[in-house]
Design a binder for this molecule. Sequence first.
Ligand SMILES: *Cc1c(COP(=O)(O)O)cnc(C)c1O
Length: 420
Amino acid sequence: MQSNEEKPIVSLVTNLICVNCQAEYAEGQADVCPQCGIDEGILDVCFDLAAAGKTLTRAALAERPPSIWRYREVLPIEGAPPAGLEQIGWTPLIEAPRLAADLGIGRLRLKDDGRSASGSFKDRASAIGVARALDEGAGEVACASTGNAASSLAHCAAAVGLRANIFVSEMVPEGKLAQLLAYGARVFKVRGTYAQAYELCTQACRAFGWYNRNAAINPYLVEGKKTGGLEVAEQCADDPPDWVACSVGDGCSIAGVHKGLRTMKEVGVIDWTARMLGVQAAGVAPIAQAYRTGKLDRERVGETYADSINVPVPRNWRKAVNAVRESDGTFVEATDEQIAAAVRVTGRLAGIFAEPAAATAVAGIAVARAQGILNDESNVVAMITGNGLKDIAGALRAVGQPHEIPPDLGSVRTIVEQAT
Ligand SMILES: *Cc1c(COP(=O)(O)O)cnc(C)c1O
C-alpha cells in the first residue's frame, strides 16, 4: 500500500438533498424531508466529488482490495471497513455470448450478485447499514422485510457480531425464514399485514435504540447499492456497454446503480455513460407507469411471482424515474411467463441460476429487443440481483420436472433418444 492510502478514512458526505423539492439538509438533521413527508421526501446523499476525485483514480483503484470498500471516498462511512464484511462486493461480470445470441443483441455481460455472501445485491446496502450502525455505536440493527434485505442484514449483523431484529409478516416463505434463523436473527413473525410489521419495526427502533435498516427512511443504504454501478463502471472502463438493465421493485437499486456510473464519470475514472433499462414485472409496475404518466398510482393492485420486486407502493419511485430520465433510458414491463423464460435461458445459456426478480432484467432485454429499443448490435450489462436458490418454488415453476424412471438403463435410453 502507498502511504497516502493509509490516512484515516473520513466521510466526504457534504449534505443531503430532497429528491422532490431539492431542499438541503445537514447530516443527521432529517431522515426524510419534513416538508415533503415520508411518501415523497426521500433524501439523496451528496459527496464532495472534487475532493474524492483527487484520490479515487484508476491508479489508486488498481492497488485496492476487490470489495465495495475500494470506493471509500464515496461511501458514507468513517474509519476502516468492519471486520467480517471485508469480502462484500466485487462480484464477477460474466460474458454471456450464447444468451446474447438467443436474445438477438450484440453483446451481453451479466453482473452476478447471486454469488454475494447472502445471495443477493442487497448485501451491498446492508454492509453500509451495519458499518453505520457500528459507527453510531448501535448494538442492534433491525428491519421489516420478508425478502433479501432481511437475509442480507441478518448475514452482515452475524458477520460483525451485532444482533439483528427482523419483523416479518405471516406470509414469509419458509426458505427465507430458514435463512434468517440460520444467521441467528431474532425474528418477530407479526400476526398482521406487512404494513403493520413495518410500523412495529419503526416503533421498536425508537423504543430500543436499534439501527433501522428500512430503506425508505434510511438514505445511506442506496449508497451501498451505488457500489454495483461503481463496479460496473470500473469493470467496463475501457469497454463500455450502451445499456445497463436492472429489475425494479422499490426503485433504490436502479437509482443506486445509475448514481454509481455517474459518480465514476464525475470523478474522472470513466468518460462514458450508459442508458438505464428499468424492468418491472407487468403485474406490479407502478414505477414504469409513473415514468409514463409522471405520477405514482397508489391504488392499483396486481400480482407477480417475482416476489423480490413485488412492491405495489414503492417509496423510491422518483429516484428510479430520475435515474432513467437522466441516462436517456427507459422502462419496460415483463410478464411472469417472460420472467420464467428468462430464468430458464439465464441458467441454460449462461450457467447462472437467477431468482425470478433477478432474471427479470434478462426478460426486460427480450422485451426491449422485441419493441425495437435494442437491436442486434446493442451492448448490454444486466444486473443479476439474486440467486435462484432464494426461491425454489419460483424456480420450479419455470424449469420443469425431472424424468422419473425405474432404475434401468433402457428407461434412460428411451429418454435420451426422445431428446435427439
Ligand atoms: C430488492 C431486489 C430488487 C429490486 O431492488 P429495488 O431497490 O427494490 O428496486 C431486484 N432483485 C432482487 C433479487 C431484489 O432482492
